[in-house]
Design a protein. Structure first.
Length: 319
């Protein structure tokens, strides 16, 4: 029973708020492909390079004293990739920057930091998926990794004859795959894809996949031990997710990538994949048109698959 004439919280004004001075953000910021790829400084909107391969191995013996014969040498293949512009913008009123806030002092600095992280995620998204390359006009698009690989593709749904009939680098254009009817990701298809890259000389030591396909992968027989070594007499712990896969073609490091499509598993040789940088991530303050500050963060970049035969893909999965 309340005592008469007692001041309580309910009848008192001016009480201080209990407000956390920390902004909690769980948004993921990892970009495995962008982090792994070689950085290549470029100086034009379209970056060009060459890939090559040795002659096919053949029986080779000649008669003693025989005259030499000659054949035309196989020429290099020229490839190109357009540099894509991606951007984020920030527009903050002067009042918002001036008032006291919890969790940050400057709203402009806070929003610019968020925009920079978001931009990197957008870049990763473009680089690992099935985005079509567009090299003409002023709105250029870089081709996603999926679109570049045309010969070293294990068709998980091989019964679908139309699948993958239009993909890869053709006549100077990087075009997307046709997924067709999807099937479950199985170990035999992964081994087949790794074998395709290895046969051509690649070392696909990094495998990027979605969480859905990683769930299937964790049950594969080639997955390395799920026990973690611990020093001394401490008890070992079981690791729930497998990160290393051992195949006949070497040791492969499996990484989750939130932006790789469920429909594809990417087998990558890190030595032959790069990201061309025409303009690195940069922030620019734009002209003020009112009471506030306007900023733009952008990057101009493109996928550079230095040799397509070094990589492979398992396509048509994700069921």
């Amino acid at each position: 029973m309340a005592v008469a004439a007692t001041n309580t919280v309910s009848n008192t004004s001016g009480l201080a708020e209990n407000f956390s001075d920390i902004v909690w953000d769980v948004s993921p910021v990892d970009t495995p492909y962008l982090t792994m790829a070689k950085r290549i400084n470029v100086s034009a909107r379209i970056y060009q390079w060459q890939e090559d391969a040795l002659d096919t191995v053949a029986t080779n013996y000649v008669q003693e004293g025989d005259d030499a014969t000659f054949t035309t040498s196989t020429q290099t293949t020229s490839l190109s990739s357009p540099m894509q512009i991606s951007r984020k913008t920030v527009n903050i009123s002067g009042t918002l920057d001036a008032v006291k806030k919890y969790g940050r002092k400057s709203e402009t600095a806070f929003q610019l930091a968020k925009a920079g992280k978001s931009l990197k995620r957008d870049m990763e998204y473009a680089l690992v998926r099935n985005q079509t390359a567009v090299a003409t006009g002023t709105t250029r698009q870089t081709g996603g990794f999926e679109c570049w690989i045309s010969s070293n593709v294990t068709k998980a749904n091989d019964a679908q004859g139309q699948d993958y009939s239009t993909r890869g680098f053709s006549a100077g254009t990087v075009i997307p795959p046709q997924d067709g009817s999807l099937v479950t990701f199985i170990e035999a298809d992964l081994k087949s894809a790794l074998g395709l890259a290895w046969t051509d000389g690649g070392d696909p030591s990094v495998i990027l996949m979605s969480s859905k396909n990683k769930g299937w992968f964790d049950a594969f027989s080639g997955v390395a031990t799920k026990y973690k070594d611990v020093p001394g007499k401490s008890q070992g712990t079981i690791v729930g997710a497998s990160d290393v896969y051992i195949s006949s073609y070497g040791t492969h490091y499996v990484k989750l990538d939130r932006y790789v499509r469920d429909e594809a598993v990417l087998c990558i040789d890190p030595d032959y994949v790069g990201v061309g940088i025409l303009r690195d991530i940069q922030k620019t303050e734009l002209a003020a048109t009112g009471d506030g500050s306007k900023w733009m963060i952008l990057a101009e970049y493109g996928n550079v698959i230095l040799n397509r035969d070094a990589h492979s893909i398992v396509g048509g999965v994700g069921k």
